[in-house]
Design a protein around this ligand. Structure first.
Ligand SMILES: [Zn+2]
Length: 360
């Protein structure tokens, strides 16, 4: 799929080809309840894009426009750069020093969940002070001059300005240049645009439960990807892992007690329309779901689960339902890693007998 079809950005022919291919394979494999669950997805187009530092030295900077960003005027926009580490530094500069500039977020790495905020909301925060564009450090710790795309969200009622990711190296270089007193100017050109919506779908297949067929355990990944790779790690491999869990059970003649439902969600990257479509199709019947498992962390040998449990409303006088889920202790995590390692040396990896859906 990743080789022949390639990327699966929402609204692209690749995503729809992949959906058609996957559902046909699932039917051929004899999975039950194979169906498409429709969802309208945004059709965001990247177009051509570039970033060039024009002063004090001329240099082409590797960049990737952020998903859902607007484009620049034709021919690009040229403006001075103002470099900040975080929102505090941005606010301290104020409108006077930000108006008409391109804000560069050259943030320190604080882990993905924190550092990614500049990508998500940096453009609108800069626009509130009159910036004309935003550049953000890629949301990654390590880099070999590789910018990472990802989605942004524009705040309501704030001017939409174009935004792009730059490499970690360039973010730090611009930061050093700015703190050395250099006046930096760059030209950003982006053809990015939103071209309405497209029809898409979640792909669903099941192994019906033997004892409690009306109770569901979802196993899932997201089937769409960004357009600048083949989306193998993010998130085709997880989709295949979830898919194969049904196929392997079926091949071994095992039937789960509850219905095991595979969902390959569409449009996770820029909109979550697939997740919302699944949610609204349930029409409030969440009790039918015993668990929902999603994999979106890239594909290594699985070593554990992260679990989110919403704190339940008090329903038990003894307070049992109030108990917070306990995080595994350090010792428990180490035990789990050790046992995963020893398992991997004891047994060979499961094979998939050449089934196309198993191809890496
Ligand atoms: Zn993902």
């Amino acid at each position: 799929m990743t080789t022949r079809i390639g990327h699966r950005l929402s609204g692209s022919p690749g995503l729809e080809q992949a959906i058609a291919w996957a559902s046909a394979e699932m039917r051929a494999e004899g999975l039950e309840g194979v169906r498409l669950q429709p969802a309208k997805v945004p059709r965001w187009m990247r177009g051509r894009e570039s970033l060039r530092l024009v002063a004090p030295v001329e240099r082409e900077l590797p960049m990737l426009g952020l998903g859902m960003s607007v484009g620049t005027p034709a021919g690009g926009l040229t403006a001075p750069l103002v470099v900040v580490r975080d929102e505090k530094e941005l606010q301290a500069l104020g409108r006077e020093k930000v108006q008409g500039k391109i804000v560069v977020y050259a943030a320190d790495w604080e882990g993905y969940n924190r550092t990614v905020r500049f990508r998500s909301s940096g453009a609108s925060e800069a626009a509130k002070l009159g910036a004309v564009a935003a550049l953000v450090r890629s949301a990654t710790e390590r880099s070999i001059a590789s910018p990472h795309t990802g989605s942004l969200t524009y705040a309501e009622g704030v001017a939409k300005i174009p935004a792009a990711a730059i490499t970690v190296e360039d973010a730090m270089w611009l930061r050093r240049m700015a703190s050395a007193g250099e006046t930096l100017t760059a030209t950003l050109a982006m053809e990015a645009r939103l071209e309405g919506e497209a029809d898409s779908a979640n792909v669903i297949a099941e192994l019906r439960g033997s004892e409690k067929p009306d109770e569901v355990v979802v196993v899932s990944g997201h089937f769409d990807s960004w357009d600048v790779g083949e989306g193998a790690h993010d998130d085709a491999c997880s989709c295949m892992a979830a898919w194969q869990s049904l196929v392997l059970l079926k091949d071994m003649g095992l039937r789960p007690r509850r219905t095991l439902r595979l969902v390959l969600f569409t449009n996770e990257e820029n909109g979550i329309a697939g997740g919302k479509a699944y949610h609204s199709a349930l029409a409030g019947d969440f009790k039918s779901h015993a668990a929902a498992i999603e994999m979106d962390g890239g594909c290594e040998r699985p070593a554990g689960f992260g679990i989110t449990v919403r704190k339940p409303a008090s329903r038990d006088r003894r307070g049992e339902s109030r108990r917070r889920p306990r995080r595994p202790t350090h010792a428990a995590r180490a035990r789990s890693r050790r046992s995963a390692r020893s398992r991997s040396t004891r047994s060979s990896r499961p094979t998939c007998s050449g089934r196309p859906s198993c191809w890496p």
